[in-house]
Each structure stands twice: as C-alpha cells, then as structure tokens.
Ligand binder design. Structure first.
Ligand SMILES: [Ca+2]
Length: 508
C-alpha cells in the first residue's frame, strides 16, 4: 500500500513537473517568439461598400466579411487625410502631414530625422515586404524594403493570383532568414479605372469573380442616383469584388504558410471612394474607413467596437506598443492597444482630418473635427469664387453636371461641391451623407462654437500653418494674406483663375 502510494506520488510529481515545465515553456515561448504584422490596404474603398459594414450589394465581399467574423471590427475608424500619399504618410510616420512634411504627393525632406515605422522595425530584425503603392507608402525616398513588387508586377495591382504568388514568396524569404515579418499588402482596387466588363483587361489584370449590373448596386446618398452614376458605380463594385478576391488569396497564402496563428492582420482603406464628396475631401465618406484587426489569442472573433473613435495617426504608435518596441520620438497618435485587448480608454471621442494639397486644381485646404454625432469642416479656400476640382470626379460628376439643368437635386450637389461654404456642420446621426449644412442654424450654435474651439486647440497643438487663416476667418483681408503665406501658388491661381476653373476635371 505504502509502496503504491509512493509510486502514485512519484508519478504525480513527474506529471506535475512536466505540466509545470510545459506551462513554463509555453509562457516563455509566447513571450519570446516574435510575431508578424500584415497590413492590408484597399485603395479608395468606400467604407459602406463592404458586407460587414452593412452594404446591401449582394455577395460583394465574402472574404473580407469572413475575416471580419474572425476579427475585432471598429465602427468609428478614420484616416486623417483622404488622399493616397498623405494618408499612407500618416501610417508610416504617426504624424499629421504638416508635422511630417507629407502634405500631398511629396516625400519627407532628404535626411529627415523623423523615423518611419519600417526603419524602427528593421532595427528589431524584421523582414520588410511591400506589394504595390510602394512610392506612396514609403515617404522616405531612399528607404529600401527587403522585398518589393510594385503595381506593374502585380497585374496592374489587380491580379489576385499575382498577389497570392508574391505573398507566398515573401513568407518563404522571411522564413528562410528566420525573421519575423512586417508585410504591407496594397491592393490597387477599387481605385480608378474601374472594371468595365466591356473593355479588355489590361496589363495583366484579372476579371473580378463576379460582375455587377447597375440594378444590383446601391448609390451612396451623397450623390444623386442617376442612370449614368449607377452605371459607373457598377464598375466600382466590380473592382471592389476584385479587391475581395485579392484579399482572399493573400489570406489563403497566410494560412498555407503556417504563420496565421502568429500574425496580426489589419485591414483598412487609405481613403474613401473616388467620386464627389468623398476622396480628397474631409467629408464623412472621405475619411471613414473599414478597420478590422485579427490578432489571434488577443482580439475576440466577431466583436465590434461601437464606442471609440480611432484614426490612422494612431497606427504607428499602436504597432510599436503591440511589439513592445520603445519609442521616445514625437507622435501625434495614441496607442489603441488597450482597445485590442478588450480594455477601455477614455478620450476617444473625436478625430481630426485635413486636406493640404491634391493632384489637380488650385489649393483647397480643409480641416475637420469629427465626433460620433457631428462633423465640422473649415474650408480655408472657399471664398465663393474659387472652384474645387480634382482628377477623380469621373463619369459620376459628369452625369451630375449634365443632369443639373433639369434636376434640382443634381444642381444643388454640383454647386455645393464646386463652391462649398467656408464652414460646414453635419449631424452625422440624422444626415450621414452631409446633405444639410447646419452651420447657420441657431439650434446648433453651441455645437458650432464647441467644434471651432476643438479645431483651434488641435491646430495650435500640432503647429498647423493654417491656424492663422482659421483664426482670421472673419477678417477677409488678414485671412487672405495668411492664406497666401501658406499657399503662395494660390495668389497666381486667384489672378488668372485657371487653376480654379473646372477645366479638365472630367478626364481620368
Ligand atoms: Ca487611395
């Protein structure tokens, strides 16, 4: 009896020890093993186009929706600048454009001491890979990634198969070197040109796995629902479906690599859809982005954060925080790691957005503060004469202008888009499409005052060069002088009006 008890005790000790040892090893394993980051960006995707964000377009995003079911989904996520290069500049630096220098399609100053995220990750032995949008995503001109394939190598950034193959190749390269990876996968979908099924595929692009007819799609409420708008948007949805095809193939490659459990995946769009009132502006649809995070064993599958406002300026410092990489440099962002861990944060009730320069037309700088209820916009350029135009207006704007003669809704949209008001206020709960500017409504007087104060505080805190323009918005002469000081080119444009005419706005 005593002997068998001893035997049991002896075996218990062995089992217990093994268990403790395994537990210890697991802890050490989990702590010590570095893990990977995969950032997947869509290009010019309207946040509401995805099934997981409420789109009614049938079967538009099966792969992204499946991923959302495995992820934490943010309801109130934003990019701070709704144009490719400045938006991606913010992801790379954790700084607003006026602090990093990436205010438009420009690089940081040569020799800039401001670090970009991938430089900090390289110092931590990360293997760094990127697919497409390389220039826009790399604000330091001389930075070289370890693995690079640009748009031309990826079927015009529109070949899911090419993305799959290159993704597999990058995982193999990182694995061969025994290094963790940071992989930025940028789809060129659904950026213009959209997939028109009647036109031949170009430059190695593949056809989307499903084609949409104009009667299957939905038209965003901020443009008039006209037949030609519907036609163009059906092409946009074809491209959106191909984005989903590409995302599915990249996720397939991740699964096949065996690294999925050890890889944090984030999905977002660099800016809103390239039609009027979205991309290259500061409207709700300009800056709102899908934001999905799958961090195995940390984020809870299929959960939704409906409370907190996060924005892309937070991305840089959040990634460093997740990877426990110390950072003492300057950032305009704030880590939302606690939110990923299911904890709470206070003070996530507003975000700020901006446009400094865009590709076409004269300068049309804008600033905006957005809460979960309201958005306030300051159009520093809108003097009643200057005209907003850009190179991404497409057939949608053309259709609106054609219809304006006998369609009051289209006429209002065109006028509003071209000229704006110096200030705009929208009730996002009642009017998410921004159709009713409440700036002069006495019922919202205090709301406007509070938003102005928030914006001024933010501009002051971030050394925004437009601060003086904003502060002198009621003194036209001083405001104009301050505006010319920030945008010397505007003075010339104002004289000959050439850059503030509609001109070639319709051309792609
Ligand atoms: Ca873009």
């Amino acid at each position: 009896m005593k002997r068998s008890l001893n035997k049991i005790s002896f075996l218990s000790v062995i089992f217990l020890s093994c268990g403790l040892l395994l537990a210890f090893q697991n802890t050490v394993h989990k702590e010590a093993k570095p893990f990977n980051i995969l950032l997947f960006t869509a290009d010019d995707l309207d946040r509401n186009s995805l099934g997981c964000y409420g789109s009614k377009v049938p079967d538009i995003s099966p792969n992204i929706d499946k991923f959302a079911g495995q992820s934490l989904r943010f309801e109130h996520a934003f990019v701070n600048a709704a144009i490719c290069a400045p938006s991606r500049g913010i992801l790379a630096t954790g700084l607003y454009g006026h602090n990093s220098g990436v205010t438009g399609f420009v690089k940081m100053k040569p020799g800039s001491q401001i670090p970009i995220l991938v430089e900090l990750l390289r110092a931590q032995n990360y293997e760094l890979g990127i697919l497409s949008k390389v220039g826009h995503s790399t604000p330091k001109a001389d930075f070289k990634w370890d693995f690079t394939f640009d748009q031309a190598d990826l079927g015009d950034g529109r070949s899911p198969k090419a993305y799959y193959e290159k993704t597999k190749a990058f995982f193999a390269q990182a694995s061969q070197k025994g290094k963790p990876f940071y992989f930025m996968v940028n789809s060129d979908d659904p950026h213009r040109p959209y997939h028109n099924p009647k036109e031949p595929l170009k430059n190695g692009a593949e056809a989307p796995s499903r084609i949409y007819s104009p009667d299957e799609i939905t038209v965003p409420g901020f443009v008039t629902d006209l037949p030609k708008v519907r036609q163009e948007l059906s092409y946009y949805y074809n491209s959106t479906r191909r984005l989903d095809d590409t995302f599915g193939r990249v996720m397939q490659a991740l699964e096949e690599s065996g690294q999925a459990e050890n890889t944090l995946v984030i999905f977002l769009s660099d800016n809103g859809i390239a039609i009027p009132f979205a991309k290259a502006n500061t409207y709700y649809a300009s800056n709102r982005t899908p934001f999905l995070v799958r961090w195995p064993a940390v984020t809870k599958a299929g959960t939704v954060n409906k409370k907190d406002l996060i924005s892309s300026v937070d991305y840089f410092v959040t990634i460093l925080d997740i990877l426990k990489i110390p950072f003492t440099g300057k950032t305009n962002g704030r880590s939302f790691l606690p939110l990923l861990e299911g904890k709470t944060q206070t003070g996530r009730d507003k975000i700020f957005t901006q446009i400094d320069t865009k590709q076409a037309g004269g300068p049309t700088p804008m600033r905006s503060v957005v809460t979960s209820d309201f958005s306030y916009i300051f159009n520093a350029w809108a003097d009643g004469e200057r005209v907003y135009r850009n190179n991404n207006e497409g057939l949608t704007m053309k259709a609106l202008e054609e219809a304006a003669g006998n369609n009051p809704d289209a006429a209002e949209r065109v006028k509003s888009f071209r000229y704006r008001s110096e200030e705009e206020l929208y009730d996002l709960k009642k009017d998410p499409d921004g159709l009713h500017n409440l700036i002069n409504d006495p019922a919202f007087k205090y709301r406007v005052q509070s938003a102005r104060k928030d914006l001024e505080t933010w501009m002051s805190k971030t050394n925004d060069p437009l601060l003086k323009v904003f502060q002198n918005r009621n003194s036209p002469k001083v405001m104009l002088e301050a505006f010319y000081k920030v945008y010397p080119g505007a003075q010339k444009a104002d004289l000959d009006k050439a850059n503030y005419s509609v001109g070639k706005a319709f051309e792609e």
